[in-house]
Each structure stands twice: as C-alpha cells, then as structure tokens.
Design a protein around this ligand. Sequence first.
Ligand code: ZN
Length: 279
Amino acid sequence: MRALPASTLALCGLIAAACGGTGSGDAGGRTALAHAEARTPSPAHKATQQAPAAPVQESKPLDGKVVVIDPGHNGGNYRAPTAISRQVNVLTQWKDCDTTGTATNGGYSEAAFTWDVSKRLAKVLRARGATVKLTRNGNDGVGPCVTERAAIGNRAKADAAISVHADGAGPGAHGFHVIMPKKIGGPVDKVVAASRKLGLSVRDAFAKGTGLAYSTYLGRAALDFRSDLGGLNLSTVPKIFVECGNMRNATEAAKFTDSKFRQKIAVALANGLHHYLEA
Ligand code: ZN
C-alpha cells in the first residue's frame, strides 16, 4: 500500500472518526477499534479502516441445496463378513450388501480415506450454505448396505449425491475417474442425464484442483458409465461415484495419506458440486 502523506496522518491523529474511529466515545466502540489496531498497527491501514458493519445474515451460494455424501465402505466391515456379504437386489443383479474396500500398501484403508475426505467435503459445502447429509456417522461401524446408501439420497431428495471411493488397481496404474449411471429400464433412468452433467462438472474440478491425472486404466477421459452399482442403479437423484485414484500406486498413496492433499480433494469435489448446483 502507498504511504500516506504526513499531513494526512496528522489529520488522522486529530480526527479519529475520519480515520475509522467511531467518534461516539462509547466503550464498546473503543474496544473494537483497539482490537483492530492491535492486529493492524500500520498507520496507512488505519487511515482506510472502516467502522465495523452491523452483523447481517448473508446469503450463501448453496443456500437451499441438499447434498448427500456417501463415504464408501466402513471401517468395521472387515469384522462383519456375514453381514456385509448378505445379498441385496441392485436391479441388474444381486450383490453383497457392502464391501471392505481397498487400502494402501502401508495399511491406510479406503474406508478411513473416504470418511476423512467426506467430512472435509461436508464442511466446505456447509460453509457455502448447503444442507449436507452423510450416509454413515463414523468409521467404526458396519455398512450400511449399498441399497440403503442410495435410499438415503432419495429420501433426502438430494439435489446431488456423491459416493467417495479410491481404487485398488495394479501398482503401475494411476489417476482418478468418475462413474455415472446408465439407463437400465429402472427409476435411475430419469436422472442419468443430470448425473452425467454432475460427473463432468466434478471431473473438471477434480483435475483442476488436485492435479491428478485422468485414470490410465479405466474409462475414457476419466469418465466411466456402469450399470452394476447398486448405489447408482437405485438412485432417483443425480448421483455419481468418484474414484479419487489408485491406493496401490505408491505416488497416489503418498498423496492420500497426506491430510493437506485430502483437503485439496475435498475442496475440488466441493467446487465440482457447486458448479453443477449453480448451473
Ligand atoms: Zn470403494
């Protein structure tokens, strides 16, 4: 900032109100000013400081939007093989109720990763005004089944739903991809187009925000369409899966175990959802 001429600074000293003081002489006003000055002692800053504005209820960009976040798997699934192998109908086939997910070679589980990213994502979206619901409340439980994970999004009448995962492919494979539903002659058909739009928005924001490459082993330009996932087949709201990368790849595993990188992922996902929801 350009320094102010000495004459202006002198004027500030004489007339506090002209330079950000309240001028009213009330104790509250002086306290507020003192706090502000303690943080910003520069005279140049003081000269441009505004009196604190009255608190107003600011509207936020995602006010009124409902987002359901589904953190893939659950930390307790390893302990409950019978419960999670119960067969459920996902319309195109019968499948296990839920699965354990993968892990890095160092033992950081996909369930822990998806839980952490989802919590961070929820925080970012709530700060932007969205109403957010998660499909599980912690990382020590079992399930829920994929059928219930879809039902939670449907019951919430979510404007968008996202299931967060990371893959367990061969060590040389890397990159992320987004999975979207296909028409199956079922209730998901009417949200296939919207889900594709959501998927494109999240794909673009994820690439930009994380710098991770498009998957080298699945999909085309990080886009994949599937009709075998219960979480998608049973959804009546726009929904996608994101496979954030390959946990078995050493470079990506190092990123996923870094909390700063997980925050980067969460912000990127939030930006993708945000762009879709505002369109
Ligand atoms: Zn998964």
